[in-house]
Design a protein. Structure first.
Length: 186
């Protein structure tokens, strides 16, 4: 094949790959040790009538694959207003819309957290990443006057980046965006 023709074929192949990958719905590229779907903080969300809820992300084997064998050391999240209480929840694989059994329920000292900022909390137990889903959630109780606690990005929304448990059932946020919740590995 002539060099000019080879360069043209390579260029066309590169363009096709770029278009293909731009159209795929993949999570935001993780940092060296952060697993997440979200981008930078954009806003918070709230439920006008709910004072207790869980915001969670479902990390699938596709997303977790590059981190297999590592353990989750911390959870990083954006906190808008401080809730009355906050606990980190880690769940086993369940269904595509509901987490499995709880493997960690870790209360967090509210006084150690910063408002309007990213916070990182070390876990007391460190789940090892295998071949199953891992759900990471934040359970909050908020006063009626401070309902907007957890942060979210501006989107686009990924199916597994915006679960909420409110009023006794799991659903997804109706807003375009993903929760600012990240798993941090070793």
């Amino acid at each position: 094949m002539k060099p000019a023709l080879w360069k043209g074929v390579l260029f066309a192949f590169t363009v096709v790959l770029s278009v293909f990958f731009a159209s795929c719905e993949l999570p935001a590229p993780p940092g060296a040790n952060e697993i997440h779907y979200d981008g930078p903080f954009y806003n918070s969300f709230y439920f006008p009538t709910a004072t207790q809820y869980i915001g969670a992300v479902r990390l699938t084997p596709t997303v977790l694959g590059p981190f297999a064998g590592r353990s989750i050391q911390k959870v990083k999240f954006y906190l808008n207003k401080k809730p009355s209480t906050l606990a980190i929840q880690v769940y086993d694989e369940g269904t595509t819309t509901t987490p499995g059994a709880s493997v960690l329920n870790q209360p967090v000292d509210i006084n150690a957290l910063s408002e309007y900022a990213w916070n990182e909390v070390s876990l007391t137990a460190n789940p090892v990443i295998g071949s199953d889903d891992i759900w990471i959630g934040l359970s909050v109780v908020v006063p009626a006057t401070t309902t907007a606690s957890l942060g979210r990005d501006a989107g686009p929304a990924y199916a597994d980046g915006r679960f909420v448990y409110v009023a006794g059932s799991w659903t997804t946020l109706s807003l375009d965006g993903n929760l600012n919740i990240r798993a941090v590995t070793d």
